[in-house]
Design a protein around this ligand. Structure first.
Ligand SMILES: Nc1ncnc2c1ncn2[C@@H]1O[C@H](COP(=O)(O)OP(=O)(O)O)[C@@H](O)[C@H]1O
Ligand SMILES: [Mg+2]
Length: 366
């Protein structure tokens, strides 16, 4: 599977753009602010309809315009599929429309059509970033493989809004406990699913991370990714056991929640961390170790998507080569060539010659 053509209309700095991509490697070269990241963002939006950069879909519409459109053509075993994403505000309300082969579909039907793995310099901060960023990372991966996860995540947002409102009303003696009970069971229902899928993602990562990490660094260390939910998970892990533990935890914090008027336990408070030789990477790791761990994480992400979807995702490397030393560049270059890869850089000299020669070079701005 690979992206053959991308067409942008009113997307960020692009009024109209059409680009053709080869099956393997493309190198986008352009100065700062020439629209390199914008292009990768557009491609990634075809993977799951949301941008990795913004919380609001509105931001990607070209300033002064009321809609934007991303069209992609994907080739899979000689068969072509057309993907289309429109974000439209012309009616005064934000509307998102997805079409596959010109037929209207739900956003989550994009799953598996153009899976992607993005690696950008900000990822190098993931280890010490806010838990929100790390949850967003898990969501970005899981939303690309599971409709159930995607649906549960959008449900979670609604449940939290409603439940927090009830907590506020209870604090003001305007709501009763039985109303909260209703939202508790909803929260547990979506929460147990999200948490169990996050746990199985991390379990999968742990089967690959160590060996990839040691391959990158030439060391023999033990790397573990650990899930850190807002409450301790039961030893006997199942949907039922999470549900009953979750229920107990909600009861424990009930009064505190009413005082704070906020939901204090649940998947919206999840986090994960890394241990390198049993020590916290965030606390004791060096910058170089962070980089190797993140490359290993990205490589593992590629194999996770491949295993779940039966095809290799497209790899989007946004300006990362200049951030890496020679050894880590080599490990990253080795990963490339096995799937379609789009690399951006401000200077072609940041990319090894032997590697750059294999690709099609596109100069921005166009
Ligand atoms: N919604 C938008 N409409 C028009 N231009 C935008 C919009 N959002 C960002 N830009 C412009 O896009 C440029 C940044 O593009 P970006 O892809 O981040 O650059 P880079 O090549 O450095 O990765 C900036 O000049 C910014 O002004
Ligand atoms: Mg950029």
């Amino acid at each position: 599977m690979y992206l053959t053509t991308l067409k942008l209309t009113n997307f960020r700095n692009y009024q109209n753009l059409k680009l053709d991509f080869p099956e393997k490697l493309t190198i986008l070269v352009g100065p700062n602010a020439s629209g390199k990241t914008n292009l990768l963002e557009a491609i990634q939006m075809l993977s799951f309809s949301k941008s990795f950069r913004t919380r609001s879909d509105l931001e990607v519409i070209r300033w002064g315009m009321d809609f934007c459109k991303v069209d992609g053509e994907v080739k899979n075993n000689e068969e072509s599929q057309k993907l289309e994403l429109v974000i439209d505000t012309s009616s005064g309300k934000l509307k998102k429309g997805v079409k596959i082969n010109s037929v209207s579909k739900r956003a989550l039907d994009l799953i598996g059509k153009l899976p992607s793995v993005l690696f950008c310099p900000e990822d190098l901060n993931l280890i010490t970033a806010s838990p929100y960023k790390r949850r967003k990372y898990l969501d970005m991966v899981l939303c690309q493989v599971s409709k159930r996860y995607w649906a549960a995540l959008s449900e979670l947002r609604k449940v939290l809004l409603a439940r927090n409102q009830i907590l506020k009303d209870m604090a003001e003696h305007k709501a009763e406990k039985k109303e909260l009970d209703f939202w508790d069971s909803k929260l547990i229902e979506v929460g147990k699913l999200i948490m169990s899928l996050r746990k199985s993602l991390i379990d999968f990562y742990n089967t690959k991370l160590v060996s990839i990490y040691n391959q990158i660094t030439g060391e023999d260390k033990y790397l573990k990714m650990a899930y850190k939910p807002s409450f301790t998970l039961p030893k006997e892990f199942s949907l039922e056991s999470i549900a009953s533990k979750f229920k107990g935890e909600l009861e424990k914090v009930r009064w505190k929640e009413i005082v704070k008027q906020r939901t204090l336990v649940g998947p919206h408070r999840d986090d994960f961390y890394f241990l390198l030789d049993k020590k916290s990477l965030a606390t004791f790791g060096s910058r170089g170790e962070f980089r190797s761990v993140i490359i290993a994480l990205k490589m593992t992400e590629v194999s996770f998507l491949e295993e779940k979807l039966g095809q290799k995702p497209i790899l989007l490397l946004d300006d990362v080569f200049s951030e890496l030393d020679q050894e880590r560049r080599n490990s990253l270059s080795n990963m490339v060539g096995q799937q379609q890869t789009i690399v951006t850089t401000t200077d072609i000299l940041h990319i090894d010659r032997g590697f750059a020669e294999k690709g099609k070079v596109i100069k921005l701005p166009i």
